[in-house]
Ligand binder design. Structure first.
Ligand code: MEV
Length: 430
């Protein structure tokens, strides 16, 4: 990638941006013709994706810049409606790349399918029987989906969980069997659900219990992705704050989010600003990722920060984050949605593990930017510029009027829609 062509990307016109991507060798010249239409979801496809379809719903697609992850350059597609998210991610990535970029470690991708049984009279005995029949259970699961086995994946192991009756919630005891399944490049919901449904009757016959359901678990604790960054204090100076001060304040902000759930939710929401934007752009399931990530944030028994910020022995700021990231590069809408197909191309056709590495890094970078702003000048200063543009557009400004209205709006005490409308009227009168 010829990254230098992407400098000052935000200052370019829409057309210049596409050409910059071509010059940077991120996309091909032929991709730029009729670009907008090519990325649109055809009505016919949309109609086959959901029920009662009446139209499509668009979001802005932007690119996160400066990402250097595991020694590789990335231009990251991000679909989001929120101003500042992409600017913040790109600015974090710019600082972090100067410190060697993000380093990641991605667990072997194993998904979990659950079968829950009730009325298992002797759970201890049932557990022994299940574990004695592990090979047979795996074989039955794999027989239900031979194509994933042919490609090198499939069911790998079986785990039993006994959940005691809970009087407070009026819940009986459950005997739960987990099947650990490797779905390779897919997130694998269909593969997992097919397998667990196929083994359900066999598990009933082994345990004497009654299966209440078989379904994948979105709590993908066997599909974890970790990103780390080390940032020297020389890169952290901001306004009147020294690098050391910014580092220590970010660490304190991180500690606050570890111990206070009210802060942790906002802290993690900021992380998900970046994560969701890439998950969505890549055609993956944002709800599955959100649900799993937030559950992971409660693994200690309290909802806490997903990231961790500390001081290295040499004084660097060290950021790290581990989250479940069961994303795929095939299946679902990934190979159907033109935007998702384009995103994959933009990322250089990554493997699912590589996609996890990119997403977890974006999340950590997003968090770094938010904390850095919060503990120094606050986030409003940066946000207001983009917010002013949104207000200008909402007020009805078009073309050049958008910048004229938003620039004037930033100078006013009351930055709101009424003021934006008032400024627009004045501009129209000139
Ligand atoms: C806004 O969308 C996200 C932040 O609130 C995140 C945070 O507070 O860490 C800025």
């Amino acid at each position: 990638m010829k990254k230098e062509y992407l400098n000052k990307f935000y200052q370019k016109t829409h057309e210049e941006r596409l050409h910059a991507l071509v010059s940077a060798e991120v996309i091909l010249e032929e991709d730029t013709s009729d670009f907008k239409r090519k990325l649109q979801l055809p009505e016919e496809t949309a109609n086959h994706m959901i029920e009662n379809q009446i139209s499509t719903y668009e979001l802005p697609l932007g690119i996160g810049l400066n990402f250097f992850i595991d020694q590789k350059e990335y231009v990251v597609p991000m679909a989001t409606e929120e101003p500042s998210v992409i600017a913040a991610a790109s600015s974090a990535a710019k600082i972090i790349r100067q410190a060697g970029g993000f380093k990641t470690s991605i667990q072997e991708r194993t998904m979990i399918g659950q079968i829950a049984l009730k009325d298992v009279s002797n759970m201890k005995e049932a557990e022994e029987i299940i574990l004695q029949h592990e090979d047979q259970i795996i074989e039955k699961a794999n027989q239900a989906h031979p194509s994933i086995v042919k490609r090198g994946g499939g069911a790998r192991s079986v785990k039993v969980r006994q959940i005691e009756a809970d009087e407070q919630y009026n819940a009986p005891a459950f005997f739960v069997i987990h099947i650990h399944i490797q779905t390779l490049e897919a997130m694998g919901a269909n593969i997992i659900n097919t397998m667990v449904e196929a083994v359900k009757p066999y598990l009933e016959s082994l345990t004497g219990g009654t299966a209440i359901m078989g379904i994948l678990s979105n709590y993908a604790t066997e599909c974890l992705a970790t990103a780390t960054c080390h940032i020297p204090v020389s890169l952290l100076r901001k306004g009147s704050f020294s690098g050391e001060e910014v580092r220590d304040r970010i660490i304190e902000a991180g500690q606050f989010a570890v111990v206070d759930p009210y802060r942790a939710v906002t802290h993690n929401k900021g992380i998900m600003n970046g994560i969701d934007a890439v998950v969505l752009a890549s055609g993956n399931d944002t709800r599955a990722i959100e649900a799993g990530v937030h559950a992971y944030a409660t693994r200690s028994g309290q909802y806490r920060s997903l990231s961790n910020w500390s001081k290295a022995e040499n004084g660097d700021l060290v950021g790290t984050m581990t989250i479940p990231l069961p994303v795929g590069t095939v299946g679902g809408s990934i190979n159907i949605h033109p935007g998702a197909i384009f995103s994959k191309q933009l990322l250089g056709n990554p493997t699912a593990q590589e996609l996890e590495a990119i997403i977890v890094s974006v999340g950590l970078g997003q968090n770094f930017s938010a904390l850095k702003a919060l503990v120094t000048e606050g986030i409003q200063k940066g946000h207001m510029g983009l917010h002013a543009k949104s207000l200008a557009i909402s007020a009805g400004a078009v073309g050049d009027q958008i910048d004229l209205v938003s620039n004037e709006l930033k100078k006013r005490k009351n930055m709101n829609l009424a003021t934006a409308k008032e400024i627009l009227e004045q501009i129209k009168d000139i």
